[in-house]
Design a protein. Structure first.
Length: 624
């Protein structure tokens, strides 16, 4: 097999497809972020394509949205399907669009035998989760029958792309990047086997970069689950875990924008000095929540300042007029041009040049993440503004993204779905709001979300990323479980069980955990999420109940002191007898003549606390 085609410079490129794939494997740095390792060939390709050249070569690629109709046409016309899975905030996606997809040879090949499909990965969680390991941009080519032929991560320069496209035409046999996915068989036990738990803990420690901080040695970013797990261990007295958390939280400060606030997605080069400047909601929410938890634990003003910087960016750039949260801010002020010089400027100088594009889609999933993060800040600081932001966003999503039965759409109109991530994120947000306010309507909404998840996403092995279709088709492959989402299901359903006492919620948690306990799932790095879920299923959360009227200022002060418990896994309740019994009335509280707080753990309850200082003393005695 030897495909000879015209290259971007008018010459010819002769490469067999297997050779092409091997060279591309070396060229691309396979990572979740999709960062390309820039070689001499790619630099020449980029240098040859100046801004004026790009303007003279408008793309004639007719991009289509992902749909069953695309695959039906591909089969009918014997065409291949080229999927460009991009992110609207992604620098290298912009570069690839301006270079590769404006190259005459690439355009001609696509028009001759391909159907070009472009998908914003934020808009389609089902497709995004399917190819998340390939980063953005991800390039996937399907045969006329819908089967995968190649999968590629990151930027592909024009000559290599043209070679690949021609090689596929010459020989459409699936290449080495396409391998059969291993079958996942759920574990029989909902808890990790002791030996596996120790192996995951060893992996968590081994993948820590003790020199620079953070988990992983190439890309630097704050992995929220890994830091949260270290905070949990630190509160239990693990000095090494505390050191890892503190070092990482300090190192991550380098990725906080000192002018506008917010965090850049990650840094390359093995340290924290080469940021990629996109600001995406998953990173904003994760940083805001983790820095808030760290502040609640250690009362370090640096951690509070970091949390405030993220809050400031979300308020100033990613909050809609109605209070819901937008999705992201682009990495580039001029798409395709590196933004390092721009982000080194002050506020006024930046604004003269323009503001990087804001993705104003309002997704339920991203709002759920942001709501929980704002609740964490409120609990750590009693910042009423943070709680107000969480409320407004939740109310907007309920009014504009709700589905019958307690679920949620992703966007105003979904091309597919519903997706697990939206209902799951909002369910966790509702439970957080119930904890922070003791308002029972939020708990009812959390229950409805759990019921919707059970009805629409449960498979034999875990919970699938999208609702199960009535019949699978090439354009709508059967959705599969995704690990991070199942970690979140396990944690959400287990904590919901603690608040409601309902066995169905515990069963949901155990079903997700059996998927996570399968060794081929559990051992994927980072392992902290699985360890967090396992730890929570094996222990009761610290439990504090305020007994008193909700309009009593003394009871309010006790409640706020209880919320400040420095633990992400806790059960905080407010028992006002006028509202009737708590849903999970597993403790009988005395009727006293003034408000009191009771701290319980592992079947034991403290004597009543009557002041915030007493509450803090009782709480500090509780185990994590």
């Amino acid at each position: 097999m030897d495909g000879r085609i015209a290259g971007a410079d008018g010459g010819s490129v002769a490469l067999g497809r297997a050779l092409t794939e091997r060279r591309l494997e070396k060229f691309m740095n396979h990572s979740r972020t999709g960062r390309a390792v820039i070689t001499l060939a790619s630099v020449l390709a980029l240098t040859a394509c100046t801004s004026s050249n790009r303007a003279a070569l408008p793309s004639s690629i007719r991009w289509k949205p992902w749909s069953d109709a695309v695959f039906e046409r591909a089969k009918r016309e014997n065409r291949f399907v080229l999927l460009d899975l991009e992110a609207v905030w992604c620098h290298w996606c912009h570069v690839m669009d301006e270079t590769t997809y404006h190259d005459p040879a690439v355009v001609a090949l696509i028009e001759s035998r391909y159907i070009a499909v472009r998908v914003d990965q934020d808009s389609r969680p089902d497709i995004s989760n399917r190819y998340e390991d390939y980063g953005w941009p991800a390039t996937v080519v399907f045969g006329p029958d819908g089967g995968e032929i190649i999968k590629r991560s990151g930027y592909i320069p024009p000559p290599q792309m043209a070679s690949v496209l021609q090689a596929i035409i010459d020989d459409p046999t699936p290449g080495p990047s396409v391998v059969a996915e291993p079958a996942i068989h759920a574990a029989s036990d909902a808890l990790l086997a002791p030996a596996l738990r120790q192996e995951l803990l060893g992996s968590h420690v081994a993948t820590y970069d003790s020199e620079h901080g953070g988990w992983g040695f190439t890309h630097k970013y704050l992995d929220a689950d890994s830091v949260e797990y270290s905070l949990v261990r630190a509160r239990a007295g693990d000095a090494a875990a505390e050191a890892r958390a503190r070092q990482t939280l300090t190192a991550q400060l380098a990725l906080i924008d000192p002018v506008w606030g917010g965090v850049y997605q990650y840094s390359t080069g093995g340290d924290w000095k080469e940021p990629h400047f996109e600001k995406i909601m998953s990173m904003q929410a994760g940083n805001l929540e983790v820095y808030s938890l760290a502040y609640a634990l250690w009362h370090d003003a640096t951690h509070l300042s970091a949390a405030r910087d993220v809050q400031r960016f979300l308020r100033g750039f990613l909050t809609s007029p109605d209070g819901a949260f937008y999705t992201s801010q682009d990495a580039d002020v001029v798409q395709g041009e590196h933004a390092g010089e721009f982000f080194a400027l002050g506020d006024a100088e930046r604004r003269k040049r323009g503001i990087p594009r804001i993705d104003t889609h309002v997704y339920a999933r991203e709002n759920g993440w942001a709501i929980r993060a704002h609740v964490a800040l409120f609990e750590a600081t009693a910042d009423a503004g943070a709680l107000d932001s969480a409320r407004r966003a939740a109310q907007w999503i309920v009014a504009n993204r709700s589905l019958p039965g307690g679920g949620f759409r992703h966007d105003a109109h979904d091309a597919a779905g519903p997706y697990l991530g939206d209902t799951l994120a909002m369910g966790r947000a509702f439970l957080a709001l119930h904890e922070a306010t003791a308002e029972r309507d939020w708990l009812a909404r959390a229950e409805q979300a759990a019921d919707f998840i059970a009805a629409h996403f449960q498979t034999d092995a875990g919970f699938a990323t999208a609702a199960l279709p009535d019949a699978a088709s090439p354009g709508s492959p059967a959705p599969k479980p995704q690990r991070d989402e199942n970690v979140a299901v396990a944690r959400f359903a287990n904590l919901l069980f603690r608040y409601t006492g309902k066995a169905t919620h515990r069963q949901l948690a155990e079903h997700a955990m059996r998927y996570l306990a399968a060794p081929e799932v559990a051992k994927l790095v980072p392992t902290a999420g699985v360890l967090l879920a396992d730890g929570e299923l094996t222990a009761d959360p610290p439990h504090v109940t305020i007994v008193g009227r909700k309009d009593d200022p003394q009871a309010r002060a006790l409640f706020q002191a209880a919320l400040a418990l420095p633990s992400p896994y806790k059960r905080i309740e407010w028992f006002d007898r006028r509202e009737g019994p708590l849903m999970n009335a597993d403790v009988e509280y005395p009727d006293l003549d003034k408000p009191a707080a009771f701290a319980c753990s592992e079947g034991r309850c403290s004597s009543p606390a009557f002041t915030p200082d007493d509450v803090r003393a009782r709480v500090s005695a509780l185990r994590p």
